[in-house]
Design a protein around this ligand. Structure first.
Ligand SMILES: Nc1ncnc2c1ncn2[C@@H]1O[C@H](COP(=O)(O)OP(=O)(O)OP(=O)(O)O)[C@@H](O)[C@H]1O
Ligand SMILES: [Mg+2]
Length: 364
């Protein structure tokens, strides 16, 4: 068991656009990147969060394991879920030990979760407490009416088991399940740390989902998964320029046909990003209703962050500084193994997989 505990996990980020895989080594001086790779999925593999073609994902993972030469001993992995199958809520409960909370959380969760409680896995994390959280087996005094804030997480069992099966079919052992928003936080923290006296938003723009995690005083204060991502920009190009999805996607990556109007293209990009920004703004307003803090800046990641000029458009739309996250900043990257230019370029897309790969086997 002990040797297992010391073994790193393979981080697998299953997205509707692509699969990313990362494997790190932890040394005394911090992390070293051993393996990172990604592979696109055929269109319609995952539609509106539903897996339509599981074997395409299994094949993609198998290909990645082979292409990245992941050692055959590294089979335990961690993956993450997001979107409609996940609920994250901050709740306030009386001060109690974590083992007491573990016993009562299922019942407690029932009133906050819009799913049948038997259909979800529930987890929690104490984020803030008035006074000291009682230790295992201890109780807070009866006259103590102190409270604590707990981040309650519920994820649908069927979605977790579906993804687990897909991963098992690829020859891996899914051992830990995480959430995209937390993986982004871990990937960010690894590179930049979490300042105690700051409020900022981590925004992961995928293809179909944008995960927002607002960090206040070093902890998650508010999260929301927006059902919009880079696809909305592609669709905007399609509409504005009268072309199909494939061509629009090609244009978006910077390969504009000579005959195409640059003005129409720029207008389409702006209007697509505008839609995402409206939802980000709405998310900040929702956060504002729960806190006195103000989001001061935005850190961006995901494939959507690679869109040329997106940080500038977001700055204009939302009026906050916006920077791209480079999760490799916080670790050793062997320049003989990885092409520096490539790693720099795709860094924001790797955040979730890197955040996942920092998880350990003993964590739940
Ligand atoms: N160089 C680029 N320029 C512009 N957009 C890009 C670029 N590279 C990727 N994208 C876009 O990023 C999106 C994919 O991002 P990502 O890989 O983070 O999504 P995903 O994790 O597969 O999807 P999701 O999590 O939403 O299911 C797509 O919309 C893709 O077109
Ligand atoms: Mg994603």
């Amino acid at each position: 068991m002990f040797s297992l505990l010391k073994k790193p996990l393979v981080g697998i980020d299953i997205g509707s656009h692509s699969i990313k895989l990362a494997y790190l080594k932890q040394t005394k001086r911090g992390y070293e990147l051993l393996h990172f790779g990604m592979v696109s999925l055929p269109p319609d593999t995952i539609v509106d969060g539903e897996v339509e073609n599981p074997s395409a994902i299994t094949d993609a993972i198998k290909n990645l394991l082979k292409a990245e030469k992941i050692p055959s001993g590294a089979r335990h992995c961690v993956f993450s879920v997001s979107g409609q199958s996940v609920i994250i809520k901050k709740i306030t409960v009386p001060l109690m030990s974590e083992d007491d909370l573990a016993e009562s959380i299922q019942q407690e969760a029932e009133q906050y979760i819009p799913f049948d409680i038997d259909e979800v896995n529930v987890a929690f994390q104490v984020v803030k407490a008035e006074g000291e959280v009682p230790k295992k087996g201890e109780k807070a005094p009866d006259d103590d009416d102190s409270q604590m804030d707990v981040l309650l997480v519920a994820a649908k069992k069927d979605v977790i088991s579906e993804q687990s099966e897909i991963i098992k079919d690829a020859g891996l052992k899914p051992t830990v399940v995480d959430l995209d928003v937390f993986a982004v936080e871990n990937g960010y923290e690894l590179a930049y740390g979490l300042a105690e006296d700051d409020t900022f938003a981590l925004v992961n723009v995928g293809a179909s989902v944008t995960n927002v995690n607002i960090i206040e005083n070093g902890i998650t204060a508010y999260t929301r998964d927006i059902a919009l991502g880079g696809n909305v920009v592609t669709e905007s190009i399609q509409k504005n320029m009268g072309i199909g999805f494939r061509d629009a996607e090609k244009y978006k990556l910077g390969h504009l046909d000579e005959s195409a109007s640059k003005d129409d293209f720029v207008a389409a990009i702006k209007s697509g990003v505008h839609e995402i920004c409206e939802e980000i703004k709405k998310t900040f307003e929702m956060f504002q209703r729960t806190s006195e803090g103000h989001v001061r800046r935005i850190y961006l990641c995901g494939g959507g962050a690679l869109l040329d000029g997106i940080a500038g458009i977001i700055m204009q739309e939302i009026g906050l500084d916006c920077e791209l996250i480079n999760p490799f900043r916080g670790m050793k990257v062997n320049r003989r193994r990885f092409d520096e230019e490539y790693i720099e370029k795709i860094a924001p897309v790797a955040v979730v997989a890197i955040g996942l790969a920092t998880r350990k086997l003993d964590e739940s």
